[in-house]
Design a protein around this ligand. Structure first.
Ligand SMILES: [Zn+2]
Length: 376
């Protein structure tokens, strides 16, 4: 089957993260079994009780246990939701050398290229094990990959993680961390301010300190990133109940994207110091921090065999990404990892996301050569 037809079949299966990915996993499982790969399903229930499945397909190994996989090709099966007004979201449509559809770019193009590459090779020539890894719930917080890592479900030496990078290999990525901060005050009639304490004013003071923290974070420079330091964002804020009530509570989200190697707790530690300094001038200042995510970044050495090879195959120097990927989980499993895939991250997640046909074909070549290099 051509890579375009495979991509059309994958886009045709709606695998928005909120739904079960069982249908697309069944499809991938059949395709893998048809070329005699050994498949293993790792199902789990998500927080809403919906069945999600990670799939590992293995070639060139007799047993699952302790098998050292030479190369793992990793793609997430879920997609972000699509606007119901996008009538062709699940029908792959070609126009001017571009293939449109939800997930066409992120990340079904990579999965289609992976299947095509493996199907076109003579797997009898495999000398070292190859694994295809298809995950769930990447878009919701890398949940599928985190489960694989926690279960130590495979032991790859090298991993190529599919994400739209326009086929530039990405050897390092920032981490992603999120917390919700709740600042408490004391409600009162706004005509009598001394009776209450405004949570909004307290939050504003704390956010001013967070601005100072973001300046401090610039001391830890990693020149290969843009911007070259950990960044912060207060993305949402909500407080108070009425115009004439002194606000009793104010909540905001604090997101930070850490440079690799930096302790993800550095920001909460600085935030706690800021809270302590607020409490010195305002002893009743009360605040809670609920940690949401602390996903670390990754940094594969520039001179690793994998990075060098993928640079050579793609014809492009390795770069870095500021968005979250499943590479850190592959590293937890013991791999050196790079992120690479056809399509541009800037069109991913949008209505009308697409992958250029030539990049899709080039990806098949890159993956074919990578499998030959590591596993033949
Ligand atoms: Zn993705």
């Amino acid at each position: 089957m051509s890579v375009e037809k495979t991509l059309a079949a994958l886009v045709g299966i709606d695998s928005v993260s909120a739904r079960s990915n069982a249908e697309i996993i069944d499809y991938l499982s059949k395709r893998c079994q048809a070329i005699s790969l050994r498949v293993r399903r790792l199902p789990y229930l998500d927080e809403f009780g919906v069945e999600k499945i990670n799939l590992i397909a293995l070639a060139g190994a007799e047993s699952w246990d302790a098998t050292l996989v030479e190369l793992a090709l990793v793609g997430h099966t879920d997609t972000v939701p699509y606007d119901p007004a996008w009538s062709n979201a699940t029908t792959l449509t070609e126009q001017d050398g571009k293939l449109y559809g939800r997930g066409a770019c992120d990340t079904k193009a990579f999965i289609a290229a992976t299947l095509t590459a493996v199907e076109n090779l003579d797997l009898k020539l495999l000398r070292r094990p190859l694994a295809l890894v298809f995950t769930a719930d990447e878009e919701l917080g890398l949940f599928g990959a985190k489960r694989l890592a926690a279960a130590q479900a495979l032991h790859p030496r090298n991993a190529i993680v599919g994400e739209p990078t326009s086929l530039q290999p990405m050897r390092a990525g920032k981490g992603y961390c999120l917390a919700e901060v709740t600042v408490l005050g004391r409600e009162a009639h706004s005509a009598y301010p001394t009776v209450g304490a405004s949570a909004i004013v307290r939050a504003a003071r704390l956010i001013t300190q967070i601005e100072t923290i973001s300046e401090q974070l610039k001391d830890d420079q990693h020149s290969e990133f843009d911007p070259p330091y950990t960044t912060l964002n207060v993305g949402l804020i909500r407080g108070g109940t009425a115009k004439n009530v002194i606000a009793g509570e104010c909540r905001f989200t604090l997101e930070w994207r850490t440079v690799p190697g930096q302790n993800p707790n550095r920001v909460p530690d600085l935030l706690r110091l800021a809270i302590e300094s607020e409490q010195q001038s305002d002893p009743s200042f009360a605040c809670e921090i609920a940690a949401g995510r602390t996903d670390e970044g990754f940094d594969t050495p520039a001179d690793s065999e994998l990075v060098r090879l993928v640079e050579e195959l793609s014809g492009r120097p390795a770069g870095t990404v500021a968005f979250g990927t499943e590479a850190p989980q592959m590293i937890e499993l013991g791999a050196e990892a790079v992120v690479l895939g056809p399509g541009d991250i800037r069109v991913a997640h949008r209505t009308g996301e697409f992958v250029p046909v030539d990049e899709l074909h080039k990806c098949v070549q890159v993956l074919t050569s990578a499998i030959r290099h590591f596993c033949f």
